[in-house]
Design a protein. Structure first.
Ligand code: BJW
Length: 244
């Protein structure tokens, strides 16, 4: 028997990291509870009040590096799925995360796109050069490349900006036969439209989330990511070609 799945794309959102201690965005106690989205998640907000924006990301950067913030079984299961796919010839796997935390890579994922950027990186708004950064960032900090104070910004994608690595994502969606959407409310485009692209490529589409969303997947599985994702991954791995 041959495996039905040879090319898998997984999209993750804030829900996969919730049980690791990182707040989601749109919950009543979420990251935006005390902020207007326009103030902290748009280039216009950053231009008009960079101090507030730096405070918002400095707090999240600090939190991400606390010892209790660790990958959970859902992150580990996706790394296991990638490993199993990599052991089989001509099998493809891509994990696309909207999250800016580093929990997927800490769990072992390598075929990974951070489409909305990375919290532990900053970039020069002038040159586009990207730097690793684990400390607070302040408005007057001098840029490491152009030496101009104020040119540095979080390496994240705000509303109105182009998400990262779209050509790679589009190629993977065009050829996938299984698409999983995990822990995302499906409110933000283009990510919210990926399942439709995958569907038009003939893929089986599955939503794994705590709450129902408005999207029409072929299959819906509801529950905590740390429980439903490892169980679903086990199911997929059982259906892959046996290792020779
Ligand atoms: C659990 C759980 C547990 C909880 N287990 N589950 C009109 C129509 C269509 C589009 C537009 C429009 N007007 C404007 C647009 C475009 C705009 C957009 O989508 N706006 C919407 C508001 C409508 N998009 C953009 O501007 C994007 N760029 C763009 O479109 O460029 C042009 C383009 C065109 C064509 C192709 C390509 C490009 C850029 C979007 C940038 C989003 N940036 C942010 C901030 C990133 C930095 C940061 O982290 O601060 O990204 S916004 C925020 O939302 C963040 C997230 O990645 C993103 C998605 O949120 P997510 O992950 O879904 O979180 P929540 O909180 O919403 O949901 C969590 C889910 O988890 C819930 O469902 C829970 O139930 C669940 N859950 N616990 C399992 N334990």
């Amino acid at each position: 028997m041959t495996s039905p799945y040879r090319s898998i794309v997984v999209l993750t959102g804030a829900g996969i990291s919730a049980e690791s201690g990182i707040q989601t965005f749109r919950a009543s106690d979420g990251l935006w509870e005390n902020h207007r989205v326009e103030d902290v998640a748009t280039p216009e907000g950053f231009a008009s009040n960079p101090v507030i924006v730096h405070q918002f990301y400095n707090g999240r950067r600090h939190q991400l590096q606390q010892p209790h913030i660790r990958p959970n079984p859902a992150h580990s299961a996706l790394a296991r799925l990638e490993y199993e796919m990599s052991q089989r010839p001509d099998h493809k796997f891509l994990l696309v995360t909207q999250n800016i935390d580093n929990l997927h890579e800490r769990a072992g994922s390598r075929e990974l796109v951070h489409m909305h950027g990375e919290l532990l990186k900053i970039r020069c708004a002038e040159s586009g050069l990207i730097f690793e950064h684990r400390d607070n960032l302040q408005v007057g900090d001098e840029c490491r490349c152009c030496r101009v104070p104020g040119n540095l910004r979080p390496h994240v994608v705000w509303f109105g900006e182009m998400p990262l690595e779209m050509p790679r994502i589009t190629r993977a969606l065009d050829e996938c036969d299984l698409f999983l959407s995990i822990g995302t409310s499906g409110n933000v485009y283009p990510a919210a439209g990926f399942y439709e692209s995958a569907k038009s490529s003939g893929a089986h589409t599955v939503e794994l989330n705590l709450d129902p969303t408005h999207s029409h997947f072929d299959e819906h599985i509801y529950g905590q990511a740390s429980e439903i994702v490892p169980a679903f991954v086990d199911r997929v791995i059982r259906q892959l070609d046996p290792l020779t």
